[in-house]
Design a protein around this ligand. Structure first.
Ligand code: HEC
Length: 210
């Protein structure tokens, strides 16, 4: 997986050597000494700008383990999940499924959004970096659950279509500290690309469901 996808996925703790950032979810203040190390340790290159080392509210919550596991932190997580869910855009034409063969290529590709890419680079989804998706591809990661037989076991009901669309668009809508990159939230995949990986998971003809 490329570094950016990994970083975008890292909603948990951003670690630099032995130094960890712990921001309270309410104030989100970073220790100035830590911030200084962060500022010195990264530089901009190409399309990769320094705003990438700023955590958003949900990442900051997940980085602060003590607060995250407190009753107040759990309430905050629920509120942030609800906000993430409400912000997901459904497909503009109401059609959830694209082309599974294109989806397979997107799932294989971890390209995009790195300093060696340009704004014109077509991003991949890097799904295989974390998931088993088909039997044919034996090189896959295990950070996420296996998606083999995804459509075969779940079917194509409206509930499954919406859930799968939302999961791919913003996994943090269901689990604030999910390690899955927020594909729609960060514009990592276009609407058509999300439709194509949807078809990869749900089309009965897709290798996922054989
Ligand atoms: C950095 C790792 C990572 C990447 C890349 C990734 N995922 Fe995930 N995914 C996860 C994890 C971890 C979960 C488990 C749920 C959670 O985090 O809450 C998950 C959950 C899911 C689920 C829900 C599964 C279920 O049984 O409910 C779907 C569907 C899914 N991913 C699809 C995809 C697709 C499609 C792609 C590529 C576009 C992708 N994922 C890329 C880590 C990843």
């Amino acid at each position: 997986m490329n570094n950016t996808l990994l970083k975008l996925a890292a909603g948990t703790t951003l670690a630099l050597g032995s130094i960890m950032i712990s921001a309270t979810a309410t104030a989100q203040k970073v220790d100035p000494a830590v911030q200084a190390v962060m500022d010195r340790s990264f530089r901009e290159q190409g399309i990769a700008k320094l705003d990438r080392i700023q955590q958003d509210e949900i990442q900051a919550l997940c980085s602060d383990e003590k607060f995250r596991d407190s009753p107040e932190g759990k309430k905050k997580a629920e509120a942030l999940q609800a906000a993430a869910l409400a912000a997901i855009k459904p497909p503009s034409d109401g059609k959830y499924l694209g082309n599974w063969a294109t989806g397979e290529k997107i799932a294989q590709s971890g390209r995009g959004a790195t300093w060696t890419d340009s704004l014109k680079t077509v991003n991949g989804g890097g799904c295989y970096n974390c998931h088993q998706v088909s039997k044919q591809e034996i090189s896959h990661g295990t950070i996420g659950p296996s998606l083999l037989g995804y459509g075969k076991t779940r079917g194509n009901s409206d509930v499954i279509l919406t859930y799968t669309w939302n999961r791919i668009s913003n996994s943090k809508a269901y689990n604030a500290c999910s390690n899955m990159p927020r594909m729609q939230h960060f514009n990592l995949l276009t609407e058509q690309q999300i439709k194509d990986v949807m078809a990869l998971l749900l089309d009965p003809a897709s290798p996922v469901n054989q």
